[in-house]
Design a protein around this ligand. Structure first.
Ligand SMILES: Cc1cc2nc3c(=O)[nH]c(=O)nc-3n(C[C@H](O)[C@H](O)[C@H](O)COP(=O)(O)OP(=O)(O)OC[C@H]3O[C@@H](n4cnc5c(N)ncnc54)[C@H](O)[C@@H]3O)c2cc1C
Length: 375
């Protein structure tokens, strides 16, 4: 694919490609099977500067453009969507609000997180509040000196290894959601059940309970009740990033299927010579290239600071649906080998399902694209 990349973007892509081929691809199956947080590779990704790519230099970032960031995301998820999940969480959702709204004390944690010295997580989803976030029930009681958090969160990525969480809760003094910084070593922070998952199994995900957790005033990030406003600031980036994750895993599935189709012989010739297989691979290529180009287009809007919420949703919707169709097709090309746990294809198929959920389900995206169209 020849999207018009500049030298810095090409160098970023090549750095991450080399790292992924050398260090991630050989370990990807093991990461999936062990179902453990890939600590060593996580630190190596930190050392590559990935966590600071989208943050300015004065806070420890490298101030890279969105297209470069997406190139890195695509490479990481081409190697292992589990690793990509854990590391993109650290680079965006787990750290953004600390950077944007934290005081000096909070910013210190942010700076450590950019170096991989601390790990963050985001606690939005609850057992009864997924897409309907405004219905969340976690409460922050307001005191003169701070807050007391009580509630139950679920699906918290990196929870068992996290040093801090960004938590969405409601107070009884304001309507709307508020955002809090919560170190995980505070009394009352309880990391619960590890959720055993279909895919992205090396990205550990847990329930978290806040049992009357006392936090000081400065751990409120931004203004009380303004959480939704702050969330909206970063939502387009999250969706473009999730679209990048989808393109990465789809690339791996497509490349494996293409290679296999040339090597596998049946009826005395390579299966790639059969028109049905050729057409399947052509369809996959069309979906993959379309998704990839649209994701870069959305990232370019981000770099030009242009409105991009609709395009980010289109990118995420199209790329995640395309990735799932591509992984399904790739699995058919490999047939029985696509069904064997020894080969990567089944992992791509399982992992790609995540991209249909994170950053908003397809249904929620369609509803919101409709709203952008004035419907
Ligand atoms: C691997 C993984 C990691 C995650 N990590 C995190 C994390 O770190 N932090 C965090 O806070 N959350 C995390 N999540 C949770 C994720 O954000 C939610 O799963 C997501 O918001 C969807 O919520 P839900 O699963 O409760 O689905 P629901 O909202 O219950 O939706 C169920 C179904 O109903 C449909 N639906 C819902 N509302 C409507 C509507 N109005 N119109 C039409 N259809 C509708 C949905 O599209 C979906 O098909 C993670 C999830 C996964 C799978």
């Amino acid at each position: 694919m020849n999207f018009d990349l500049n030298d810095i973007q090409k160098a970023t892509r090549d750095t991450f490609k080399e790292f992924v081929d050398k260090r991630v691809v050989p370990k990807a199956q093991e990461i999936d099977e062990k179902k453990e947080f890939p600590a060593e590779l996580f630190q190596e990704v930190a050392d590559l500067g990935f966590f600071g790519m989208r943050y300015p230099e004065d806070v420890g970032g490298t101030n890279m453009d969105a297209v470069s960031y997406i190139l890195a995301v695509i490479e990481l998820s081409r190697g292992s969507l589990s690793l990509a999940m854990a590391t993109t969480m650290q680079s965006l959702m787990a750290t953004y609000f600390l950077y944007r709204l934290g005081d000096e004390e909070v910013l210190e944690h942010f700076k450590k997180a950019l170096k991989g010295e601390e790990i963050g997580g985001i606690c939005m989803t609850e057992p009864n509040a997924g897409s309907d976030l405004m219905n969340l029930q976690t409460k922050a009681k307001v005191f003169e000196t701070g807050f007391e958090l009580s509630g139950q969160k679920t699906w918290v990525t990196s929870a068992p290894v996290a040093d801090f969480f960004t938590v969405l809760a409601k107070t009884d003094t304001t309507d709307g959601l508020s955002i809090f910084f919560v170190p995980t070593n505070l009394e009352g922070v309880i990391i619960g059940k590890n959720i055993d998952k279909l895919g992205v199994r090396g990205s550990v995900t847990c329930e978290v309970t806040f049992d009357s957790v006392r936090i000081p005033r400065n751990y409120l990030l931004g203004e009380l009740g303004d959480g939704t406003k702050y969330l909206k600031e970063v939502l387009a980036e999250i969706r473009i990033m999730t679209a990048g994750l989808a393109v990465g895993v789809a690339t791996a599935a497509f490349e494996d299927a293409l290679k296999y189709s040339k090597e596998r012989e049946q009826f005395g010739r390579s299966i790639s010579k059969f028109q049905a297989v050729k057409m399947r691979l052509a369809d996959m290529a069309v979906q993959l290239e379309t998704a990839r180009h649209y994701v870069f287009y959305a990232a370019t809007l981000s770099d030009k600071n242009l409105p991009r919420m609709k395009e980010a949703m289109i990118a995420k919707l199209y790329a995640s649906e395309a990735a799932n169709a591509i992984c399904d097709s790739a699995s058919r090309v490999l047939a029985s080998y696509g069904y064997a746990t020894e080969y990567a294809q089944q992992r791509y198929l399982r992992d790609a399902r995540f991209t249909l959920i994170g950053g908003g389900t397809s249904e929620i995206l369609k509803i919101n694209i409709g709203k952008e169209l004035g419907l």
